[in-house]
Design a protein around this ligand. Structure first.
Ligand code: SAM
Length: 247
């Protein structure tokens, strides 16, 4: 399963980075969501140890490092990490990059991070609860876990026809979403979960859920009407954000 995801992201990395055009000024939670400098879910990160899981081009970690955080960022895709490495060099900051599967967090010491952060990456992993138990393990007591996710309702609607295309109530693996099929030669894999599945994974990992946000900021655009037509975006909002704590 991880191999399928890895292959797709290795192939997709160059066009994804060109398509998403993510800023390194403030962490981007996802399409049409306010950035961290508006939401302020992490608080002051100066001197904080932050682990970013599913970092892609590491733009979020770079923004935290610019504010004085000590950052480690993990991704499964060597192509995404290669992009991240160049960007870190260009931005003249320090971020430790690790290639690995975020479902295991192998090699990361227990109780060693103040914050675990993830933007728009957890919809690609098969076992969310396993990942969240690992997040719990590596967080210090009182540490925060802030993550964003494709809003599970957004993918239920076909962006072209605006009709319902998937059963929201059926948790499952989605393969070859037609929107992406022409972009790489590999199959696109993501996991559809209900909001309750995500919340229950947080609870089952012994983390305490503090906040859930379903924000909309029409200014933080991805200009691609095949995936994000603005009339649909306005009605659902493609990004959901969770904040939890290790008590
Ligand atoms: C949509 S990108 C998000 C990246 C970044 N946070 C951003 O906002 O651009 C999803 C990332 O998750 C990574 N990913 C997916 N499954 C993973 C896994 N099991 N372990 C580590 N990284 C994974 C992919 O390689 C990809 O870079």
């Amino acid at each position: 399963m991880v191999k399928e995801v890895e292959k797709w992201w290795n192939d997709a990395a160059p066009w994804f980075q060109e398509w998403a055009k993510l800023s390194t000024k403030s962490a981007d939670y996802g399409p049409y969501a306010p950035r961290e400098n508006q939401l302020k879910l992490l608080g002051d990160v100066k001197g904080k140890k932050i682990l970013e899981i599913g970092c892609g081009g590491a733009q979020c970690s770079i923004s935290f490092a610019k504010q004085g955080a000590i950052c480690t960022a993990i991704d499964i895709s060597k192509a995404q990490l290669a992009y991240a490495r160049k960007l870190i060099e260009r931005e003249k900051v320090s971020v430790t990059l690790i290639k690995g599967d975020i479902q295991t967090l192998k090699g990361i010491k227990s109780s060693s991070y103040d914050i675990v952060f993830s933007a728009f990456a957890l919809q690609y992993i098969a076992d969310l609860t396993k990942c969240f138990k690992e997040v719990y393990r590596v967080l210090k007591k009182g540490g925060l876990f802030v993550f964003s996710y494709d809003h599970p309702l957004y993918y239920v609607i076909d962006p072209k026809t605006k009709k319902i295309r998937y059963n929201y109530l059926k948790t499952r693996k989605l393969v070859q979403n037609e929107t992406w099929s022409d972009r790489t030669k590999h199959k696109f894999v993501m996991f559809h979960r209900k909001v309750s599945d995500i919340v229950n994974s947080v609870i089952n990992a012994n983390l305490t859920l503090l906040e859930v946000h379903e924000p909309l900021d029409m200014k933080n655009k991805i200009k691609d009407p095949t995936v994000y037509p603005e009339d649909l975006v306005r009605l659902i909002g493609p990004t959901i954000i969770f904040k939890a704590k290790k008590k």
